[in-house]
Design a protein around this ligand. Sequence first.
Ligand code: UD1
Length: 373
Amino acid sequence: MLWHSGFFMPHFIHVVVGARPNQMKAAPLLRALRENSNFEPVLIDTGQHYDHEMAGIFMQQFGMGEPDFSLDVGSGTHGAQTAKILEKYEALLLEKRPTATIVIGDINSTVACALAASKIGVPVVHLEAGLRSKDRTMPEELNRIVTDHLADLLWTPSPDGDENLLRSGIEKSKIVRVGNIMIDTLVAMKPEVEKSLFVKEIPLHNNTYAMVTLHRPSNVDVEVTLEKLLDELLIVSKTMDLIWPLHPRTKSRIESLGRMHELTENSSIHLMGPLGYIDFMNGIMHSQCVITDSGGIQEETTWLGVPCITLRPNTERPITITEGTNILATPETLQYELQEIENKGRMKHHTIEFWDGKTAQRCIKSLELFLKR
Ligand code: UD1
């Protein structure tokens, strides 16, 4: 808290969200900041994701309230989108400077807002720092590297995050392991997720089902890869149902291939638009396994003990493989991995330190200490 003209003034803290994976990380932090009289959080939505089912529904379900500022940037090429956010966020910062800006994850909004803030000397805090896939063809990897080098305080979810940062020359004093904030949301929402009737209401043809999510450019923007993935998923659907909420990018790519009818005409494949958190997690929780290329789902399934097949050559979340239930696969090895899961049943997994639902509290303590310094 600051002493100003005879009054205590709380610290104005910007919390930036832009796309779907930010929301489940921002919600617990925002709540903890709101409960602390030292802070006055200001929620900034860049509008990178703009459809209700990609953004608004999460803010509603998590009780985040309306954003204080919306930048309404929408879609665009990476350069154009990042530039628009940079320009619009800088204008906001120049109007009223916050004590600090918290950016989350690895999306274009993360790097753009980190750059805008640090250029004008506003301290930047990066939540979910230190993750590395070591794959520079992923746009998110470039966003992670740049954001981490701009940040003044780096909150990591797991020891590999700390190690990556130290290896890239970032000072130890800036790094604080706070844990995995997405697990705070999962812990808080679990009772509601369990109550959801989402899966019960889906007419399954087989005894088991897999939840499918695919949206990475490397899987859905490359025609031969997407064709192969569709072929493999159609084979899987002969023995297990697939519940598949389609990301807008994936939907348009499948339509361009002219293969959407193969999925819609298959009664074991349940296609739908993007789901809200509660129904989606209900689907994950009861599934035999998850087939995905998402980042966060690797962590959520690890905590829930649900087998997860990640269709990527690498992961920035290796702890989900060493301690959790995650396996990397290619379209070629998908059937083999599914068979392995069927043979083994639910896989053993460990409790990971600080993936305990209390990460937001550790963030607040760290922020208070940081601002005192
Ligand atoms: C972005 C993030 C990615 C994250 C993903 C979650 C970056 C670099 N990528 O990728 O890390 O995992 O979000 O979804 O920041 N679209 C809509 N409605 C929306 C948003 C997008 O229809 O609300 C369409 C866009 O027009 C575009 C496509 O979906 O055609 C892709 O959206 P975009 O935000 O560019 O990237 P994502 O693939 O979602």
